[in-house]
Design a protein. Structure first.
Lengths: 275, 275
């Protein structure tokens, strides 16, 4: 028997991947959680039928959500990660020795549990004394935080299901309050081919609250359209004015000093979404 | 009935698209040719079951294969396009008023015929007096050309089927001979996630023959992995040394003056393929 998993990324387009076996599945308190072993991408974590991460291409997302803002800030000490239960984002954040503490607020403890078991190279930093893992609601955590974080990374699922409260203007305002006076946030904001409105709203909302608002992109084969965007809001530091000499080797496979800047250079159709 | 087309981009991964209807299909002298109307991407041209072009995302490929080399050359007059039967590449080439003649050698006249009928916004420049369309073998045309072209664009299918003769070192040597002493070629060279060896060979072969050999990328949602590469070989002109003032507005949707340079900035894993 040949098993194929298909994710409908829109109502009329999707990806399909050969599945060797299902490693574990359950309906958690928040979402449908599946861990499958694929032929092409290794172990793959799915939430509500959408690919969240795979062993083969996870490095792109995790390096790009973390290092672009962390190198933009001259000395990030306190970092908050909302979501990101697979652990890949905190793994990258911890490569910055200036970071004293990463607080992670993941709503679904099962995602962490499954990732520890089936994605050991991604979840490898759970247990690091610099990491505080809170199983809870990221929005609530942000609302009660004030002037606390240098960096906030919103490593959430799509704005459906448990992440529906994210991607709203109130959320961005809450982030601004939770950040220190020179803080930076980055949120994953989906792809421009099928979710143009989401990006348009995210960048507009960010512009209204942060003096510096920028979009940057990367290529992730298992995500819709292969092009992924991140929205950055920064109170003081401009990612394009970072001195290249400050960017040390993070020993990664995607992010490079030159790509730090180039990832902000947008195709014309995407530029027009940001106006 | 709900019809879905699936392209297996590797033996264990692919894309799937809802098809409203098949517009036309036939087994030509060279390949299986299908034109389908998809819900998400409009009309879609398939060769041997692989997506060649779609109405929604064709602009990326065509702008990027054409404008990067044409702006690298200070005054391109004679341009050769190998393949590219849908017409999108010549459409972009003709935006450069310095171009006196585009010669296109497409092996399969049926591709041109279907594109004229079903992809009118892509094939719109057939009939332009600056275009000479030759239905024939691109390799043979190159072999008998000497010191003739300013630019050669290899807009071929994958290196299977009729395009198997392309992507060889002999082909690149032939291209060098067919080019003028300051000529430039660009070939589409697939994606780095599933075809790393193809890229590695293409860039190595190019380096052995051309003083300037570089890879650049773009995002195409319907192509494998969403990241596409082009290999450029240039005898004299460096694409990274083009003065940005020389790049005029091509009235496109992807290529911009800034992206001209940024498209050469490669992720680390792709850089290592080019060493």
């Amino acid at each position: 028997m040949s098993l194929w998993f298909t994710e409908k990324q829109t109502s009329s387009f999707g990806i399909t991947a050969k599945v060797n076996r299902t490693l574990e599945s359950e309906n958690t308190d928040f979402q449908q959680l599946d861990m499958v072993e694929t032929q092409e991408f290794g172990n793959m974590l799915l939430l509500d039928g959408m690919v969240m991460t795979t062993e083969k291409d996870e490095f792109v997302y995790h390096e790009m959500i973390a290092h672009v803002p962390l190198f933009t800030h001259p000395s990030p000490k306190n970092v908050l990660v909302v979501g990101g239960g697979d652990g890949g984002t905190i793994r990258e954040v911890l490569k910055h020795s200036s970071v004293e503490k990463v607080t992670q607020v993941e709503i679904d403890g099962k995602v962490v549990e499954y990732s520890k078991k089936h994605l050991p190279h991604i979840s490898c930093e759970y247990g690091n004394p610099r990491v505080e893992l809170i199983i809870g609601d990221g929005f609530e955590h942000i609302i009660k935080s004030e002037n606390r974080y240098d960096i906030i990374l919103v490593d959430s699922t799509e704005p459906v299901g448990p992440a529906a409260g994210l991607f709203t203007k109130g959320f961005y305002a809450g982030i601004a309050k939770a950040l220190k006076k020179d803080g930076i946030f980055v949120a994953q904001t989906d792809n421009p081919w099928f979710k143009a409105d989401l990006i348009k709203n995210a960048i507009q909302d960010t512009k209204e609250i942060f003096p510096i608002a920028r979009l940057y992109t990367c290529n992730i084969p298992t995500y819709p359209s292969g092009m992924w965007t991140f929205t950055m809001g920064s109170k003081v530091y401009d990612p394009l004015k970072v001195s290249i000499d400050k960017i040390f080797d993070i020993n990664g496979k995607y992010y490079t000093p030159e790509l730090h800047y180039a990832s902000f250079v947008l195709p014309k159709f995407l530029q027009s979404l940001c106006k």
